[in-house]
Design a protein around this ligand. Sequence first.
Ligand SMILES: NC(=O)CC[C@H](N)C(=O)O
Length: 309
Amino acid sequence: MIKIDQSDLIKWLEHVRIYANNGKVVDYIPALANQQPETNAVAYYPIGGELIFTGQAEYKFTIQSISKVISLAVALIQHGDQAVFSRVDKEPTSDPFYSVAKLEVEKPAKPFNPMINAGALAVTNMIRGRNSEEMVGEILKLVRVLANDEQVTYDQDVAQSEYETSFLNRALCYFMKQHGVITGSIEELLEVYTKQCAISMNVKQLARIAAVFANDGRDPDSNEELIPPDVARICKTFMVTCGMYNESGTFAINVGIPAKSGVSGAIMGVIKRCGGIAVFGPALNEKGNSVVGIKLLEKLAAEKMWSIF
Ligand SMILES: NC(=O)CC[C@H](N)C(=O)O
């Protein structure tokens, strides 16, 4: 593994920012439609070292699907893997993250994995709490520990905007409720889910979360256990097989690290035993992944020999 420093981040971000022209900012969540494609940032949080970053590193974005890794970790900690995997499977799909198609094949209505919307909704449905506020609280509690920042919270406007327009996610929920995969109030579940997706932070905070996974669940500075190693391992494995939606295979070949993206344009990547990286660039390709983010990770992975394969 080759050392990475700030000049690498500056060089490569400069080199790849032009790719934003090839992408499109998401607009199915109205509050995200005004994100600016030229906003770019990257941060790297080494284990036992000093954070480096460049670009608009203070800019706060919502983590969207990256929250699926956190909610999975919460559910695994609360219920154990047997209970979680009785409700959601462990297999990748070649469908888009919002797809309803696979709920009708093979095991009826059991979502294929926790990184697609159906699976993430089933996982969030398992999180303990007497009401939506307590459930969101459980997710925020872990996010704050991982980011080492008590101030992290969700963006109320983005959450509300998605909640009001989540027709497809509502459909997935009704389908799964019919088959007993989820229980309780669908509106309450969507409230929790849209709030977890709207958790807002900058690349520096997200890189620290990735660094905890790179350190097998331990704090990258103090080495204290924050997530059980088995839970970290399961989350990272899903990041490899399903983290970049139906582009996970291509990403595994071209980059080769566990990673998770969100439609806001953020990606977090895990460089085992080395550190965590977070990239932000809201212009997305047709699979819903940041074009600048993917290019930057491809360049860095090749130069620094990051691939785990
Ligand atoms: N891919 C994503 O980031 C999707 C998250 C988004 N909140 C949704 O459910 O549609």
